[in-house]
Design a protein around this ligand. Structure first.
Ligand code: DC
Length: 258
């Protein structure tokens, strides 16, 4: 079944003069901010700091940010809404091929996730969606659909904005194995649990720590696209780093790879 995924780019306004052809530092044949259409991947477990770092790195480079977790979350939300048995792999795959999922970027560069015409950017961040997303992430059929979408969207974003920072669990290993620069971010379970609790003051630390360990185990042992350190990835342990230090290190690595 043909998937109905599509993407609307509203990134010109966000990137302004930073797209290669418009960049004031661009002269024909020369690099501006980064190599034309550079693909950078960032993988890592929950709480490693990859989402914030990916967003900040993309901003610093003036390129697009592709949050692939949002696509798994959107399919999870669609399945919950449709009342589909989350262990029914076939039903999940059919659903993934049926829904209309769009990624849009608003004027301030924020990602908007549009599911069947409705903005679900907020709904996909609920605990219910997060807790159930592993069913969708473990489905081979759903992954095939989403990986194809991510490759297409990543290539389009990179071509349009001069580069893309693609973030997830399998970006450097499966989706973009030939990426120009690959990162794998990690941190101790304890620090990752603490970061989560800082974001959600009402959360119980021990409970969050247990959930992180369970999620790690699930992500790294699942049969399809397990979380691994991709070949050639620069591994950064963020346990003792703040987000500014992480972003600065990523930026330094990208610059030295140019
Ligand atoms: O990073 P996140 O919490 O938004 O990810 C949501 C879910 O999707 C989580 O179960 C991990 C999964 N995921 C994945 O399997 N592969 C990706 N490339 C991105 C996310």
């Amino acid at each position: 079944m043909a998937a109905k995924y599509s993407l609307i780019f509203i990134i010109h306004r966000r990137l302004g003069d930073h797209t290669p052809k418009r960049c004031s530092r661009y002269t024909a044949g020369r690099k501006c901010c980064i190599n034309p259409a550079m693909i950078i991947t960032i993988d890592g477990p929950a709480g490693s700091g990859k989402s914030t770092a990916a967003r900040q790195l993309a901003k610093a480079l003036g390129v697009a940010h592709l949050d692939t977790g949002a696509t798994y979350r959107a399919v999870t939300l669609a399945a919950l809404r449709a009342g589909i048995d989350l262990e029914d792999e076939r039903a999940l795959t059919d659903l993934a091929g049926r829904i209309d999922l769009r990624l849009e970027y608003d004027n301030s560069g924020e990602l908007r996730v549009i599911l069947d015409g409705q903005d679900v950017s907020r709904e996909i961040r609920t605990a219910e969606v997060a807790d159930n997303s592993h069913y969708v992430a473990c489905s081979t059929g759903v992954r095939e659909v989403l990986v194809a979408m991510q490759r297409r969207v990543g290539a389009e974003l990179a071509a349009e904005s001069g580069g893309v920072v693609a973030e997830g669990r399998d970006q450097g290993s499966v989706v973009f194995p030939d990426a120009d620069v690959k990162f794998y971010l990690d941190a101790s379970c304890e620090v990752r649990a603490k970061r989560r609790c800082d974001e959600m003051p009402e959360a119980d630390y021990e409970q969050v720590l247990r959930a992180i360990r369970t999620r790690d185990e699930r992500d790294s042992t699942r049969a399809v696209a397990p979380l691994i350190k991709p070949d050639g990835a620069v591994v950064i342990d963020t346990t003792d780093m703040n987000i500014e230090e992480v972003t600065a290190e990523l930026l330094r690595q990208v610059r030295s790879a140019q």
